[in-house]
Design a protein. Structure first.
Length: 383
């Protein structure tokens, strides 16, 4: 079944018309239109979240396949015909390809449905990019009802086009956020002895935070602490009375996660005593560790190997990024994997304003989804 032209046209439509998390209204409408064209009955279970079932035998098991549909607040820098028409919004993480490949997989599945030993549920999920994310609401509203297994794939801009990255067990990390506000005493830049300088104190704080991972966490335990945002000051000759910073903590271990959370608080207590400041500290737990089912990962690897060849299968180390697909895997057995989309001469990582993909991979991704679901059902797995 030749659907290459359809896949490229569809991907370019979504790429040109990106929408931010929880605002994917036109995206959802187009998905529904495409599903109806192939005879399916899409159901909105959240404001922009959609499921659609492909039923072969209701007495048999069901595999869900999930695609996320939201874009990022990024201004595209690619000079291509299909560049974003929505200024300041871009499919810089490749969710346009996820939507497209799931629609492509649906076409392939329907064309070969008689060979499936069970059923398929298509899940088009909003807001993967904005914690708490869309997965929780999708699950709450029935996305996994009567689902036995789930799979998903993520396009990867730093992996050669046509290669597949398979992960056994842990794949992505706890992805937490922290916000800190320091409150000192403002004053004139010429009289620092009369003020409590929160910019100066913030500089110490950042160094101390970075020391947590480098000097207090077992080097064999993966952990990242990054301060990504600082806001302080009024003008060049005014000592700032207040300072705000935000960052992220990435871990795989619950013990390490809790230790870092506590140590941030300890450091702030120490700064309060040392510099006579007050502070506000909020630690927000994000997406949990994404843990794949080994058996299902193995089926996906065998499937991708048969389609693309063993030389195109790789086994990357776990990634410190976060993914709300983890919530699905807490409920039903499943696996997540990555599909390389990089041009040979141009490896651009996800979330970059120059992110783009080799569109020849779209059919391969659709076929891997279709055949993986088919092979999972053929095994009649029990967990």
């Amino acid at each position: 079944m030749d659907i290459n032209d359809y896949l490229i046209e569809t991907r370019r439509y979504f790429h040109k018309n990106p929408e931010l998390s929880f605002k994917e209204y036109k995206t959802a409408e187009r998905i529904e239109d495409e599903l109806k064209k192939i005879g399916l009955k899409p159901e909105r279970i959240t404001e922009t979240g959609i499921i659609a079932d492909i039923i072969n035998d209701r007495n048999k098991k069901t595999v869900a396949i999930r695609a996320d549909i939201d874009a990022l607040p990024v201004t595209e820098e690619n000079d291509v015909e299909y560049r974003s028409l929505n200024n300041g919004v871009m499919h810089a993480c490749g969710h346009d390809t996820h939507i497209t490949m799931l629609l492509g997989a649906a076409k392939l599945i329907i064309n070969d449905l008689k060979s499936f030993n069970g059923n398929i549920r298509l899940i088009f999920q909003p807001a993967e990019e904005s914690p708490p994310g869309g997965a929780v609401e999708m699950i709450k509203n029935g996305a996994l009802e009567n689902v036995d297994y789930i799979i998903g794939q993520h396009i990867w801009g730093s992996l050669d086009s046509g290669k597949v990255g398979i992960y056994y067990h842990e794949m992505m990390a706890n992805a937490d956020k922290f916000d800190i506000k320091l409150h000192g005493k403002g004053g004139h830049g010429s009289a620092p002895h009369e003020a409590i300088d929160t910019i100066y104190i913030t500089s110490h704080l950042i160094n101390m935070l970075n020391n947590i991972v480098s000097r207090e966490i077992d080097p064999q335990e993966p952990a990242v602490l990054t301060v990504g945002k600082i806001n302080a000051g009024y003008r060049y000759n005014v000592i700032a009375a207040h300072s705000e910073l935000s960052g992220t903590v990435r871990t795989f271990s619950k013990d390490v996660q809790e230790k870092i959370k506590k140590r941030i608080n300890d450091i702030l207590d120490g700064l309060k005593l040392t510099y006579n400041i007050n502070y506000e500290y909020n630690y927000e737990y994000g997406y949990p560790v994404l843990i794949n089912n080994e058996t299902i990962s193995k089926i996906i690897e065998e499937t991708a190997s048969n389609i693309l060849g063993k030389d195109n299968i790789v086994h990357p180390k776990p990634n410190m990024g976060g993914e709300d697909f983890a919530y699905y895997l807490e409920k039903v057995p499943g696996a997540y994997y990555v599909l390389g989309g990089a041009f040979p001469e141009r490896h651009i990582g996800n979330h970059s304003p120059q992110f783009d993909i080799d569109e020849s991979v779209l059919y391969k991704g659709s076929l891997i989804l279709k055949e993986s679901a088919k092979n999972i059902l053929s095994k009649n797995l029990h967990f």
